[in-house]
Design a protein around this ligand. Structure first.
Ligand SMILES: Cc1cc2nc3c(=O)[nH]c(=O)nc-3n(C[C@H](O)[C@H](O)[C@H](O)COP(=O)(O)OP(=O)(O)OC[C@H]3O[C@@H](n4cnc5c(N)ncnc54)[C@H](O)[C@@H]3O)c2cc1C
Length: 537
């Protein structure tokens, strides 16, 4: 068997693995970075991600007069995530994030040449105001793809002949001798040849477990409804195998059932793997309907407040899909898809075009989806739309009279002027529109059947799996802990594999945009520990 030696072995070429490797290289270590995927997919999920980041106490927040502090953020984080205050390691990482996201992520990224868009957005406000009490969602200009490219460029620049990057090799074994982890074995999936990778430190950066439906189903919390069918919005190689391998070496997998899924996905028109889904940023103004075309309630489903709650409500429905009913006016202003792929203007840094589409509507994306996706339906009449919805699901589930009644009941709110509106969705939209960046992206409430707002659009939505909130338990050095909470010598874990720190730093819910920063934070902590530099207090 061929053998390669190094100081540090990083398993996984996503953002967490790349940043760990980069920081170790900069500190003079020799590094092997091994990844299962193809070279063009180097960067893992970060290559596809959107690039939203929850950051606390930034100059941009100050400029927008947002009085954020680590104390406020930690309070929001622990309340929204329902963290157990006695659960030491997730709590330590939550605190670490709140206190260090500014210096360790924001300022560090600026030094690496990454830029943010000039507005802070307000996501996950909480169903009862118990989420982000303030806006803190910053967007990377160029999306996460630009961030990833910069990180890869920095990695190459720091190489100095000390970096070995291996693609298309799957780690199948982690080695231990004399009580210390000291390497791994990886198989070339094309030739079947094994390679031994020796190092005095091994860093697990293999992502989460939500890329495997088997794992998702096996870990789904008991007592919570699980839909019959789901789409996959995670990494197809995020299969949990290395988590279990680490558990075999004494590591703890914690909170594997806590997931950050999304409630409004649809199949990718050009899937990269089986079951591949896209996650929409659903339109706040769309009516969210069950498979029969009735509005889900009594509390209407509105995005931007509590994604976890939306997922639970959607999972409780009789059929594994729901419908969004909207019109062209809403779609061009509000419809978006998460990720670099469908946010061309931000990804390609086309500011004038971005501004134009924000102000005058993104007809381009809506037309593209109508062309490419069979789950996007359009018609001038609600009865025509009902017929198309039934054709798609091969059923007679949608009674046109029910769909009409649903739209009429909502529109009745506007019959007597806005002083007599009484609908929770309208209230939430009005609240969202108080914040400038949301106002730009959210329509003023109006009847669905308003003259000139058509045609009508229906989008079939399904639950889509995304991030694992749980993972391998780690301390603040990103060292993997055994069942007695003692570090397993020589073994580290970073990024999504570690539940973004501590085996579940987010608890049940994320404030959103905590994942990319969580990768950077845990990776930098690991590199500090490995290279003997100072650590977070
Ligand atoms: C469309 C989309 C949008 C997103 N938007 C955001 C956002 O706006 N903000 C945010 O914070 N987060 C976002 N995320 C989530 C974020 O991108 C991920 O949580 C993060 O990138 C995970 O990075 P990672 O390095 O931990 O793991 P990954 O990116 O999953 O990388 C793991 C790597 O490990 C490799 N691997 C796995 N098993 C093995 C093995 N046995 N041997 C060798 N290699 C292996 C894989 O090939 C992969 O390259 C988004 C994700 C997606 C998909």
């Amino acid at each position: 068997m061929a053998t390669i030696q190094s100081d540090v072995l990083v398993i996984g070429g996503g953002l967490a693995g790349i940043v760990t490797a980069l920081e170790c290289l900069r500190a003079g270590q020799r590094v092997i970075l091994v990844d299962r995927d193809a070279p063009e997919r180097f960067g893992g999920l970060a290559l596809w991600a959107f690039g939203g980041m929850a950051l606390i106490g930034t100059p941009l927040q100050a400029r927008m007069k947002i009085p954020d502090t680590p104390e406020v953020a930690l309070r929001d984080w622990t309340r929204f995530g329902e963290l157990d205050p006695n659960d030491t390691y997730p709590m330590q990482w939550a605190r670490c994030y709140a206190e260090h996201s500014r210096a360790q992520v924001h300022d560090w990224l600026l030094r690496e040449g990454v830029r943010f868009m000039p507005a802070v957005n307000w996501v996950e406000r909480g169903l009862h105001g118990d989420g982000n009490s303030l806006p803190r969602y910053h967007i990377v200009w160029g999306t996460s793809r630009e961030l990833t490219r910069r990180m890869i460029a920095a990695l190459r620049a720091a190489d100095g002949g000390r970096l070995t990057v291996l693609h298309r090799l799957r780690v199948t074994q982690v080695d231990r001798s004399a009580g210390r982890i000291d390497g791994a074995v990886a198989i070339d999936e094309l030739t079947g040849a094994d390679t031994r990778l020796q190092a005095s430190v091994v860093v697990l950066a293999m992502g989460g477990i939500n890329g495997s439906h088997e794992q998702v189903r096996a870990n789904w919390p008991q007592g919570r409804a699980m839909p019959e069918a789901m789409l996959n919005g995670a990494h197809p190689f995020a299969d949990g195998k290395l988590h279990h391998l680490a558990a075999g070496l004494g590591a703890q997998i914690t909170y594997a059932g806590e997931m950050w899924n999304y409630a409004a996905g649809f199949p990718h028109p050009y899937p990269h793997f089986e079951g591949h889904g896209l996650s929409t940023i659903p339109c706040k103004s769309a009516l969210w309907l069950n498979h029969r075309g009735e509005r889900i309630g009594p509390q209407p489903l509105v995005t931007g407040f509590d994604t976890h709650w939306l997922c639970r409500r959607v999972a409780e429905q009789e059929k594994p899909w729901t419908w969004h009913l909207l019109n062209w006016r809403i779609a061009i202003k509000e419809f978006a898809i998460s990720g670099a792929e469908h946010n061309q203007r931000i990804r390609d840094q086309q500011f004038p075009q971005f501004l134009y589409e924000t102000l005058f509507g993104n007809h381009r994306l809506v037309r593209q989806m109508l062309r490419e996706s069979r789950d996007f339906l359009v018609d001038d009449t609600l009865s025509g739309l009902a017929a198309k919805m039934n054709t798609l699901t091969c059923s007679l589930d949608i009674d046109p009279a029910v769909l009409q009644a649903t739209a009429d009941a909502f529109d009745a709110n506007f019959a007597n002027g806005n002083k007599l509106e009484n609908d929770d969705q309208i209230r939430r939209i009005l609240h969202a529109r108080q914040w400038g960046p949301d106002r730009l992206r959210t329509c003023k409430p109006a009847p669905l059947q308003m003259h000139g707002a058509g045609p009508f659009i229906a989008i079939r939505m399904q639950l889509i799996t995304r991030k694992s909130l749980g993972g391998l338990r780690t301390d603040l050095h990103s060292r993997v802990l055994d069942v007695h909470d003692q570090p397993i010598q020589g073994l580290y874990c970073v990024g999504e594999a570690a539940g973004f720190g501590g085996g579940g730093a987010s608890g049940k819910r994320s404030l959103e945009g905590t994942f990319l920063p969580g990768c950077i934070l845990t990776a930098r902590a690991a590199a500090r520990s490995i290279t003997g530099k100072e650590r977070f207090s």
